[in-house]
Each structure stands twice: as structure tokens, then as C-alpha cells.
Design a protein around this ligand. Sequence first.
Ligand code: HEC
Length: 150
Amino acid sequence: MAAGWGGAFGLAGGGLVDPSSNGGLRRVLVFRLGATGALPALQAVERTFPDPMPEVSATPVVLAQGRADYFTHCQVCHGNGVISGSSIPDLRYSAVTMDPAAWRAVMIDGTLAQRGMIAFAEWMTPEQAEGLRQFVLSEAHVWKRQAEAP
Ligand code: HEC
């Protein structure tokens, strides 16, 4: 039996995934009559936002376009509201989100294509991809502020 968060639901609906299982284990459980084994405890994974986090420099118009692009192209895998179920990287915490050159390499040059993250050069310009990064970065700031709120 497959156990843990995965599949389309866990991808797109990342916000519903129990935070204590973030980045967590997906496991296949096998049962046998008369067995007495016990599962090892799940290890919660602590995630921290980059600190300091680069500032958002895009205009509201660019951010709005970035948001639209995110919901058109990215949310199905990286999660509604930029919250990943953690089967794949949560872009709010990613070092790639913090670095325009690294982002461009992934998004335009397709450096992670072999790992299931295709290039989007066919669907957007490098400038548009940068606007998308700025939108994701702005979401990361929102969540970071929330995490740090007393
Ligand atoms: C079909 C699913 C899918 C879609 C759609 C998708 N991604 Fe990804 N993305 C992935 C996977 C899988 C990885 C992890 C690749 C790896 O293991 O290194 C990834 C990784 C990334 C990374 C690297 C993160 C890191 O910390 O290593 C970035 C940045 C990224 N995606 C941005 C985007 C953006 C922006 C969009 C929308 C334009 C998008 N992705 C759409 C599947 C997807």
C-alpha cells in the first residue's frame, strides 16, 4: 500500500498536506499475516526561509502577470497558492527563487528538464519568466512574514 502525500491531489493541493510531513517520506507498506513489526516514526522536516530574502522589485502590473502565469503554468505541479505538497520543491523556500540567474537557467535553458521540470521558453519570454519569479518571491515574503509574526 502506498502511503504519504503524492499524486495529483497532493501536488496541486499542497496547502492541504499536513505540514509535519513536509518534504516527508512517501512509503510503500507491506503487510504479512502474523507480522509484529512496527513502523519507524515519521520524521518531520523543518523548512526555513532564506534569510535575508531578496526584495521584490517588480511593479504591481508585472506581479499580476506573474500571478496569472503561475496559475496557468505552474500550480498544477508546484501547488495552488504556491504551496507545494513537497513531492517536488516548494518554490517559496527554494534558493532558485532567490536567484534570477538560477531561475532563468531552470525556466528558459531547461537545466532540470531531465528531472521532470521542462523549460518554459516556448511559452514565455525570459522577462516574463523573471516576472513570474518576482511573483513567487512576493509570495515567499508573505509566508516568511507570517512565520516570523509573534
Ligand atoms: C509537470 C510538473 C511541473 C510543472 C507544470 C512545473 N514544474 Fe517546476 N519542477 C517540477 C519538478 C518535478 C521539479 C523538481 C526537479 C528536480 O528534481 O530537480 C521542479 C523544479 C522547479 C524549480 C527548481 C526548484 C529547486 O529548488 O530546485 C523551479 C524554480 C521551478 N520548478 C519553477 C517552475 C515554474 C515557475 C513553473 C511554471 C512556469 C513550473 N516550475 C512548472 C515539475 C513541474
